[in-house]
Design a binder for this molecule. Sequence first.
Ligand SMILES: NC(=O)c1ccc[n+]([C@@H]2O[C@H](COP(=O)([O-])OP(=O)(O)OC[C@H]3O[C@@H](n4cnc5c(N)ncnc54)[C@H](OP(=O)(O)O)[C@@H]3O)[C@@H](O)[C@H]2O)c1
Length: 346
Amino acid sequence: MAHSLPWNVGIGTSILASPGRLGSLTPMREMLEARRPLGRSGLTVPRIALGCGNFGGIGSAPELFGQGLSEDQAFALMDAAWESGISHFDTADAYGGGRSELSIGRWIASRGVRPQLTTKTYNPMAAGADHGLRPERIARQLSMSLERLGVDRVELYLAHDFDPEVPLAESFSALDQAQAEGMIGTYGVSNFGPARLAAALAAGAPQAVQNSYSLLDRADGGDLLALCAERGVAYLAFSPLAGGWLTGKYRRGEPFPAGSRMTQRPEPYRAFVSGPVFDVLGRLQAIASSRGTSMAALALAWLLADERVTQVVTGPGRPEHLAPVREALRHPLTDEDRAAVERALG
Ligand SMILES: NC(=O)c1ccc[n+]([C@@H]2O[C@H](COP(=O)([O-])OP(=O)(O)OC[C@H]3O[C@@H](n4cnc5c(N)ncnc54)[C@H](OP(=O)(O)O)[C@@H]3O)[C@@H](O)[C@H]2O)c1
């Protein structure tokens, strides 16, 4: 791969290279490279990020550290994402107990490219290890993340969850300091509802919130997205396919496919195993088929059509799973499709 064009002046001094092959700015690549403001930070991010939560584990669950994608599989996925024009990777210190950041760091070093990076802290790095948002812990975890990633700065650093034991202002002072020292571009929060985000905005200057948002999890569509719009906070949607449910891979009355997320980490999605959800999925599948796309592409297109959604953090398990991203960009929702999708949700 060739990588030498500086492509983004919005992220300060990081040395970045253009993803994919140079000189082939197809409409698809242009869409993937279109950027949105990251709150009022002055930074920008692309609309689609590669979620790296499956590298060396399934998210931050200690009992699954060492599982998920092997490093070779993670490299294949990062190569495919980068080649297709995805230039922002999302990880966390605790994903795979550090394995996700390590794999990204080794990939960056071996490929000689630099994607834009989000990482996070809150969860323990091993069963029984410490967790939370104490200022000293944030400082320690951030420097260990930078070491694993092999970079001297990440563009976005998130508090991965709310810590009831530490005042937000104390955590944010550690993040302000990290920003002043150039270790992070800006900071935000994750898994915060509207009341906690309002409290966070009173305690500091988070520029982004990253939460679950999809056709099967629309709680943020009301007050939270309205608050983000009002206060200029970037909204980053994770689990856009509801952990795979919006691909149609889980079928009424049938066993979960071998090796699928429901066989590995089913807890967050148990509520989806219900008649009404399968009914909704059936209606969404019919709409997708009538548009000539996959249901996954319909689900991604629904998010991309919402101007309030700054970035969609996808979670492909292998290179082929990137196909719905391309489909979604190629087939944006019309107002009519959007109305049909919303009627299908019941
Ligand atoms: N801030 C947070 O607390 C938080 C929480 C969760 C996730 N995240 C971030 O968001 C990213 C995405 O979350 P997510 O993994 O839940 O996203 P998702 O896209 O909703 O689900 C990803 C899963 O769906 C399945 N899948 C994806 N594309 C598919 C396709 N085309 N065909 C069939 N199956 C497909 C795969 O499951 P199988 O394993 O079954 O193949 C994959 O592991 C994570 O990697 C992480 O970076 C953040």
